[in-house]
Design a protein around this ligand. Structure first.
Ligand code: GDP
Ligand code: MN
Length: 389
């Protein structure tokens, strides 16, 4: 799960990470109120969406005085903000952050992520803040300095100092950076974060080291421990189909291809996507219908898959281990009496009662393409999608 910048900064503030004073605003009036409360000469009007690159896209504007706050708030609220992270369709801005403008001396970068290659967290900093860190990583990786943290350990003070010195900070700046880094790690650990990015981390003219931006992702599997974080969820920022799937307890992730997939089990779902690609197709989604593939879950699955207009054919790939294939086949047949599917459906069922399942499908009134092997199924479904295009 992700949260907005202003919510992340609230967590930072509570943990002692210096951030500018600011208030969220859901309307132009609230933006003006925020400006009055801040009592500052210069403020920043910032679009709040779950994507970076807002500055370049025109979603971050400095305002000198209340007229400019009104003007920028009017422009940014409701705009369709397109950044390199939103994709070409963009994201509608429904919230703003109004905060006191900072006097920036240097723009740096700080981030914490899980380093899967060694099973540790990695705290990264770079002098190249404010720009796309992916570019720095690709072109000048030596400009990113890293310190690793064991999952049940902590960022040590000496590590924080090493990072601060790598940023070429001096005097009180070092002391302030060490405090900021230790507090950032505290937030990361306390809330079971999976990613945290502060770009830019800013050194002010008065030597403070403050978080001028905040990007936080949480480990969904740990969210049950954090009711306060769950309440920050903004469904308007999430893929609507994924939100709907979530309400049916289906594990769905939308992708860009045209072959819909309905599979039981996450591993098999991944394998199914791989084999579709191997046969020259592009999966339209990941969908794990879970252990109980009955008529209801299958019908919900169809509904979600078909809501994506790109889908040209569907592959149902079920392995009957605990779940019996004939039950699933009956589920598919029943679901099709509730939902009209006009694109080709390829089915591959293997495991317990696979033969009975195959007979059920062949005897039904629907035109399934029943495949013998997984490779055959992938070939057929990719072919079917190509014919529909
Ligand atoms: P992003 O583009 O989505 O990553 O949004 P950021 O919050 O990082 O803002 C983009 C850029 O706006 C920053 O890199 C800064 O250069 C600039 N910016 C943001 N806040 C301030 C501020 O308080 N003062 C000044 N001078 N520039 C700011
Ligand atoms: Mn940023």
């Amino acid at each position: 799960m992700k949260i907005h910048e202003y919510q992340g900064k609230e967590l930072f503030r509570n943990a002692g990470v210096p951030v500018p004073d600011g208030y969220p605003a859901f309307s132009v009036d609230e933006a003006l109120d925020a400006f009055q409360k801040l009592d500052a000469d210069r403020v920043v009007v910032k679009a709040q969406i779950h994507a970076g690159g807002r500055g370049k896209g025109g979603g971050v504007k400095i305002a000198n005085g209340i007229e400019e706050v009104e003007q920028h708030a009017n422009e940014i609220l409701g705009m369709n903000l397109v950044t390199h992270q939103t994709g070409p369709e963009g994201q509608k801005v429904q919230r703003l952050l109004i905060e006191t403008a900072s006097d920036i001396e240097r723009e740096l970068y700080a981030g914490i992520v899980l380093d899967r290659s060694c099973g540790k967290f990695v705290f990264m900093v770079s002098t190249e803040g404010g720009v796309e860190i992916e570019k720095v990583a690709a072109e000048t990786p030596e400009k990113i300095v890293k310190e690793w943290i064991t999952p049940n350990g902590d960022l040590k003070t000496h590590q924080a100092r090493t990072l601060a010195l790598a940023l070429e900070l001096t005097g009180t700046q070092v002391k302030n950076a060490v405090k900021t880094f230790l507090s950032l790690w505290k937030v990361f650990k306390l809330y079971d974060c999976s990613l945290m990015e502060i770009n830019p981390l800013v050194v002010t003219k008065s030597d403070e080291v403050i978080a001028l931006d905040s990007k936080i992702n949480f480990d969904d599997n740990a969210l049950f421990r954090h009711k306060d974080i769950q309440e920050m969820r903004d469904l308007a920022e999430e893929e609507p189909l994924e939100v709907e799937a979530d309400s049916y307890n289906l594990n769905y992730i939308k992708l860009d291809g045209d072959v819909g997939c309905m599979v039981n089990g996450a591993g098999l779902a991944m394998g199914t996507m791989d084999i579709i690609k191997l046969h020259g197709g592009e999966p339209a989604n990941f969908l794990d219908v879970g252990g109980i593939a009955n008529a209801e879950t299958v019908a919900h699955g169809f509904k979600i898959i078909l809501s994506d207009p790109n889908v040209k054919s569907i592959l149902i790939n079920i392995f009957g281990g605990i779940v019996r294939c004939d039950r699933v086949a009956q589920g598919v047949i029943d679901a099709l009496s509730q939902i009209e599917v006009i694109i080709p459906i390829v089915i591959r069922l293997e495991g317990t009662n696979a033969k009975a399942a195959s007979e059920l499908l062949q005897d039904s009134e629907h035109d399934f393409i029943v495949a013998g092997s997984l490779a055959h199924a992938a070939q057929l479904v990719v072919q079917a999608a190509k014919q529909e295009n």
